[in-house]
Design a protein around this ligand. Sequence first.
Ligand code: 13P
Length: 255
Amino acid sequence: MARRSFVAGNWKMHKTVGEATAIARELRGLVSQLRDRVEIAIAPPFTALHAVAKALEDSNVAVAAQNCHAEVQGAFTGEVSAPMCAEAGCRYVILGHSERRQLFGETDVGVNSKVKAVLAAKLLPIICVGETLAEREAGKTLEIVSAQVRGCLNGFSAEQGKSFVLAYEPVWAIGTGKTATSKQAQEVHAHIRGLLTAQWGEGVAQAVRIQYGGSVKPENAQELLSQPDIDGALVGGASLKAADFAAIVKAAPGA
Ligand code: 13P
């Protein structure tokens, strides 16, 4: 089954509202010809979500949040809920990014609860997994990624799962300029698809998009995105410039 490529930009803690809307408008112009051939999203900081969603109205670029809380509302100072993200104009929420796991103590169980909240708000999750350098060097990559995928997806039905997006982001490749080789990435992506088959069956596993993230740039995008189980990219640094991000989007098969 041909999966539609999906390229998303994770802006992390970058860009003011003014800067974010300016890039969003520029990007909108650069990718408007690609309508429907490849799915595109950008994830600005919470403060800019609403303004960016307005700037992208009726375009082929969706908006994603970078995180959300598992509860709908309550006394959780500093947190933002999934329904709030939905109202701000989001279609996706990135969950379990390695920076959240490493710097903010997120766990697979916590991500699992957030996935429930995201679905309840009629949003779609982009669930991130990936091993550290020490784990890769210890030969534990597939074991670690398996535990993350199983933990994050535990309890979700095939019906729910078919709309999920996963992102394999080896921690050692994030922001380091060190990209996984296309062979290294493909190996893990194929393994993840095997886990999805075990949980939800072949049909759903073949429909779920698995993005690769970690130092994706215009220069290496085509090689990575041409791998059979790499269905798109989750781009950090290179998504902060509209021209670079658009070049990565255009490197996706079908774009
Ligand atoms: P870089 O593309 O900057 O390596 O970041 C990847 C990432 O963490 C996307 O979520």
